[in-house]
Design a protein around this ligand. Structure first.
Ligand SMILES: [Zn+2]
Length: 121
């Protein structure tokens, strides 16, 4: 066996495997002890999370704010207050529902929209 990095002969009982490569102990330790001062994936996912919470369109934000302030509200009330039509509401609400920010529930024959974590209804 030879170390694939430095080419030194490695007895098979002393070889190390890393990313499918056979390495001597020195090269292996070089690789695994590189200090991880920066974890690009941790930064990436943290950024992603804040993007999701702020990634609403202005319409979605308005619907959410209105529900927060005056909810639960019927579709008609939301459409009237925001001057949007039912289709726009449905389309935007689907996103809010998918993001678990808002939900609909049925009371009598009427469907109401409220915050996803509203426990009172
Ligand atoms: Zn080596």
């Amino acid at each position: 066996m030879k170390c694939e990095k430095c080419g030194v002969a490695v007895p098979s009982e002393e070889k190390f495997e890393h990313s499918g490569k056979t390495l001597c102990e020195d090269c292996y330790l070089d690789i695994v002890t590189i200090p991880k001062t920066c974890d690009p994936w941790a930064v990436h996912s943290a950024k992603n999370t804040s993007l999701i919470s702020d990634g609403l369109t202005s319409e979605q934000r308005e619907i959410l704010d209105l529900i927060k302030k005056d909810g639960p509200l019927t579709a008609e009330e939301i459409c009237n207050q925001l001057s949007i039509n039912g289709n726009e509401l449905q389309r935007n609400f689907a996103t809010l529902r998918h993001m678990e920010l808002a939900r609909g529930f049925k009371k009598g024959n009427q469907v109401y929209y409220t915050l996803f974590n509203d426990r009172e209804v």
